[in-house]
Design a protein around this ligand. Structure first.
Ligand code: TYM
Length: 327
């Protein structure tokens, strides 16, 4: 089975990325032939700093390894190292609907937030479709916020197959049962995010323990005092229950039972401990791995080589089916 997922190097990585991203990558790599892509080409669709992009690419690579991705077993690479991704984005734009791109909620949200809206922000999902389809992917582990983009990738695959003949496998998404959408701690009706959330409500993987504790203890909770999972009535507490469940693997029922009648204070303090215990070892490994940039560079280069080989036959078929002459 082919597994593919991508993650942007820019923006500090947070607990939401851990839950919908890193945690799933590490778990799914055992199920098949996995490709994890640092999507640096996606990062240029909003304002960014070129120097920061370079170092954050290595930061993210080290973090992926620290979170348990095994570079011997899985292919980890930077999107810009494999030119097939840029080519596929252009070719697939021929079978992507302009109307569907305009309906992407991420585009609508992000374009409202800024004065300059790049064309790349609009065509972003085509690049993402190419990422996935080039590898004949079966399974895409992602968080809930990428659902609509995956749906578009499936539509693109189907339209291409219909128009030019069977070429792409139509991929399925894999969303975690718990923690597919971690919410902002201060505004639990919004997803946790470094672009759309609040700084106080966003727990970064890089945050030191005292910062993690402070953020979790000051999370907004709901009226009443019972620790119960109910996203409608109790969004703040439900989010904390999910976070605890992600960190410890316990079920909601076990967590609810343990804090029955205890109030929010002790509960929050234990959630904070659980998150610190989860992130501490990752941060520690990250520091070690990040210190050796030469080694990271070598590993990324060998990842790119494997990715190029895997993507090339599909790209070639796309050119042929679309009627291009080949050199
Ligand atoms: P990105 O970089 O924004 O996020 C990486 C992963 O983290 C998940 N995630 C969350 N999960 C739970 N709760 C949250 N609050 C939360 N915030 C983020 C995301 O769902 C994602 O799985 N467009 C993609 C990157 C991409 C990609 C791909 C993904 C490019 N090409 C091909 C899969 C396949 C993105 O910007 O993810």
């Amino acid at each position: 089975m082919r597994i593919f997922s991508g993650i942007q190097p820019t923006g500090a990585k947070h607990l939401g990325n851990y839950s919908g991203g890193f945690r799933q990558y590490a778990a799914t790599q055992a199920e098949g032939d996995a490709f994890f892509c640092i999507v640096d080409l996606h990062s240029i669709t909003v304002d960014y700093d070129p120097e920061a992009l370079r170092s954050s690419t290595y930061d993210l690579f080290a973090l992926l390894l620290a979170a348990g991705i095994d570079p011997e077993r899985s292919t980890v690479f930077a999107q810009s190292h494999v030119t097939a991704h840029s080519e596929a984005a252009w070719l697939l734009s021929a079978v992507t609907s302009y109307g569907q791109l305009g309906r992407m909620t991420q585009f609508k949200d992000k374009s409202e937030q800024r004065e300059f809206v790049s064309a790349g922000l609009f065509t972003y999902p085509i690049l993402m479709a190419g990422d996935i389809l080039l590898y004949q992917t079966d399974l895409v582990p992602i968080g809930d916020d990428q659902r609509q983009h995956l749906e578009l990738a499936r539509d693109v695959a189907e339209r291409f197959n219909q128009r030019f003949g069977e070429t792409f496998r139509v991929p399925e998404g894999r969303f975690p049962e718990i923690g597919a959408r971690i919410m902002d701690l201060q505004e639990p009706e919004r997803k946790m995010s470094t672009t759309g959330g609040t700084p106080q409500g966003t727990v970064l993987i890089a945050d030191p323990p005292q910062t993690v504790r402070k953020k979790i203890k000051s999370a907004v909770t709901d009226s009443g005092r019972d620790v119960r999972h109910d996203r409608q009535e109790k969004p703040g507490v439900s989010n904390l229950i999910e976070i605890m469940s992600v960190a410890t693997g316990e079920s909601f029922a076990d967590i609810e039972a343990r804090y029955d009648g205890a109030g929010y204070g002790p509960f929050k303090s234990d959630v904070a401990d659980a998150v610190v215990a989860l992130l501490d070892p990752i941060r520690e490994r990250y520091r070690e791995l990040r210190a050796d940039e030469q080694a990271l560079r070598r590993l990324l280069a060998s990842g790119a080589e494997k990715a190029r080989e895997a993507a090339a036959p599909t790209l070639e078929t796309v050119y042929e089916r679309m009627g291009f002459t080949r050199p």
